[in-house]
Design a protein around this ligand. Structure first.
Ligand SMILES: [Zn+2]
Length: 277
């Protein structure tokens, strides 16, 4: 599942293609890909793209105001991808929505592909966004979070395991299984520890580790597991730097102990039984 670094890489790779481009046609090929309560995507036609940004794991496409300010939100979830192609590129079997756009350079096609169909498109006004519970409850952006705020958010999940708290989008926005495991390894903290057992120093080290790992992953354009690709169809490179995720049974990069795998809140979790306490 694309997490913060992958979504950030998608946004950065989309920007040169999409900023200033105007929607001409939209073809929604699968109704389930449209979030319940969304405005009809036909309202996009004729509108220019003014901004591209990310909030947690969401892509936010800011639109020129015609009657009211609105945003096209794209949630990639498990297998969603936004890919730019030359116009008239044939659809593929997993294309769920196809957008035609005119831009200064050339006409282009933007495909929302999604094999598993968990991803969503949501065209929303500002007030619709504000009243969307998932969006309204998103925690702070990890790269901009100060220690006091992180501690405050964690204090609301005291009895949870630290891994579960990191996966909770209300604690921090954008972390998922890969970067939760990597950050906990980097901070030498066992994923199964209850939040309330962590000292101030450990939480400080954990937040620093999260920021370090996320920045490195963004630099590597994300992790390419399964089918993640950026807007140009390029894979990320951070999978070559993963210390624990996907390495169960292999030797720890620090101490050579065999890495163990367990389940925490239903998610496969890899850790070093010697380096993490
Ligand atoms: Zn180790």
């Amino acid at each position: 599942m694309p997490e913060l670094p992958e979504v950030e890489s998608v946004v950065r790779s989309l920007a040169p293609h999409l900023l200033g481009a105007r929607f001409l046609h939209v073809t929604l090929l699968r109704e389930e890909s449209l979030q319940q309560g969304s405005l009809p995507l036909s309202e996009l036609c004729g509108r220019r793209i003014l901004s591209l940004s990310r909030r947690g794991k969401l892509i936010l496409i800011g639109l020129e105001t015609i009657t009211r300010p609105s945003t096209l939100v794209v949630h990639l979830r498990m297998t969603g991808a936004l890919l730019c192609h030359p116009s008239a590129t044939p659809l593929n079997p997993h294309t769920r929505c196809c957008f035609s756009l005119s831009s200064q350079h050339k006409p282009l096609a933007l495909f929302f592909d999604d094999i598993r169909c968990f991803g969503k498109l949501f065209l929303a006004t500002e007030s619709m966004l504000r009243s969307w519970k998932y969006f309204a409850e998103l925690g702070p952006e990890p790269l901009e979070t100060r220690l006091a705020l992180f501690e405050d958010r964690l204090s609301q999940r005291k009895s949870a395991t630290i891994k579960a708290a990191l996966l909770d989008q209300k604690v921090l926005a954008g972390l998922g299984n890969i970067y939760a495991d990597e950050s906990l390894f980097h901070a030498h903290i066992l994923p199964t520890r209850p939040v309330e057992s962590l000292s101030h120093e450990e939480i400080k080290l954990l937040l620093a580790s999260i920021k370090h790992i996320l920045k490195k992953a963004i630099k590597g354009c994300g992790t390419s597991f399964r089918n993640y690709r950026d807007a140009n169809g390029h894979a990320g490179a951070f999978q070559n730097e993963l210390a624990v995720y996907g390495r169960a049974g292999l030797p720890c990069l620090h101490c050579h102990t065999r890495l163990k795998k367990t389940r925490v809140c239903g998610r496969g979790t890899v850790f070093c039984p010697r380096c993490q306490h």
